[in-house]
Ligand binder design. Structure first.
Ligand code: F0G
Length: 378
């Protein structure tokens, strides 16, 4: 049946998702996020590199987590779950809370006390999740969630839940559909390492189905829109996983116990999808790298001031890495590069205001003062 409008990624990608045909879909119309081509980034322009931002901050709760959550919560409801649980650095908790509200079930979220961004906390609270702050970090929360799920009737919706990764792979499908092929390089921030793994699954599936029609017709066109049957590709990107220097177990080559970074979303020392992420990078011919908080914040500012894209600090890590790898020649001139911009800047207003160099003027409410303020700053 034709739909009047876009109804979310399960409806669009159902034939590549492991869900029962008659399941009750829990969706907030997530996915279908814009792929924004950068115009004003000199490192790309000087090298004839096409640089795209896949702006996942424009999902319903402001991060890529919604892609995984719609599938994980739909499956949880299909299985009869009355409650879901997650550990989170913030975005997963916001998304779990929203989708649980939509489904009419309970969400329990374990968050590191004092270490999640205000916007994310506000979301979890507002959607009615039971918020459990722990005196510990994300990795402690993850351990506790796994333990408690053995003893209480709760369904884990962290990315160790395979339905999460299935949902998140759809971002790779959208990118391939938009570009008509995969990019040469896909740059992505790495924390718990689920998203890099999910993207690789998506690209690998598309390449394996080469020549075949993969996604179904979108359901609301005559079979000629961008969503229809275009998503098989012959190439796969190199996957580049970037971390914050203070939380970079993949660079160290082993887990770390006290991760720290201003990019609280990726303040993780014991990534759960370690093996999958290592395989994604290795099979694709990519690499990991890490960057300081100062470099990450500078990129966050650059994207906001030069491209009009406001993302949270963790999200800027992908672009920080891309710019670095362009400068040192690891990303060749003429390449096509996609950076996942994982979460919206409004998630973390404190950091944005703290680091903003814009001086706020306070003046008298009279024409002369306003005029002077403009002429002095033009
Ligand atoms: N960027 C943002 C904004 C995130 O919230 C996360 C993860 C990542 C990147 C890293 O993705 O874990 O798949 O490697 N946030 C999780 C959370 C851990 O709890 O919200 P990953």
């Amino acid at each position: 049946m034709k739909k009047a409008h876009y109804t979310g990624l399960i409806d669009r990608y159902r034939d590549v998702l492991p869900l029962a045909a008659d399941c009750r879909v829990i969706s907030l119309c997530e996915g279908d996020t814009p792929l924004i081509e950068c115009h004003n980034i000199k490192q790309a322009n000087e090298r004839d590199i096409k640089l795209f931002l896949k702006f996942e901050g424009l999902n319903p709760t402001g991060s890529f987590k919604d892609r995984g959550m719609t599938v994980a919560v739909t499956q949880a409801v299909t299985e009869g779950s009355q409650a879901i649980i997650c550990a989170s650095t913030g975005n997963t908790s916001a998304s779990a809370a929203a989708y649980a509200a939509r489904a009419g079930i309970k969400a329990f979220v374990l968050i590191p006390d004092g270490k999640i961004a205000m916007g994310k906390l506000a979301q979890a609270m507002m959607h009615g999740a039971s918020i459990i702050q722990i005196r510990g970090n994300f990795d402690d929360g993850m351990r506790l969630v796994k333990e408690v799920a053995n003893e209480a009737p709760v369904n884990i919706v962290n990315s160790i839940n395979p339905y999460r990764l299935q949902g998140q792979k759809t971002a790779a499908y959208e990118i391939a559909e938009a570009l008509g092929q995969s990019p040469d390089f896909h740059c992505i921030p790495v924390g718990n390492a689920g998203n890099i793994s999910a993207h690789w699954t998506g690209y690998a599936e598309l390449a394996a189905s080469s020549g075949k029609h993969v996604t179904k017709a979108c359901g609301f066109c005559n079979g000629d829109c961008q969503f229809t049957g275009k998503s098989s590709i012959s190439n796969r990107p190199k996957m580049l996983g970037y971390q914050a220097a203070g939380a970079a177990p993949f660079i160290k080559g082993s887990m770390i116990d006290n991760p720290d970074t201003v990019a609280t979303a990726i303040r993780i020392g014991h990534p759960q999808s370690w093996d999958l992420a290592q395989a994604a990078v290795k099979e694709s011919g990519g690499w990991f790298n890490s960057f300081t908080d100062e470099e990450i914040l500078a990129t966050q500012k650059l994207l906001a001031t030069k491209e009009g894209v406001f993302c949270e600090p963790a999200s800027a890590t992908s672009v920080t890495g891309a710019l670095h790898d362009m400068e040192v020649g690891n990303i060749q001139n003429g390449s096509t590069v996609v950076c996942t911009v994982t979460g919206h800047g409004l998630k973390d207003p404190d950091i944005a205001i703290k680091q903003s160099a814009t001086e706020m003027l306070t003046i008298d409410a009279e024409l002369d003062s306003v005029k002077r303020a403009i002429l002095n700053n033009i």
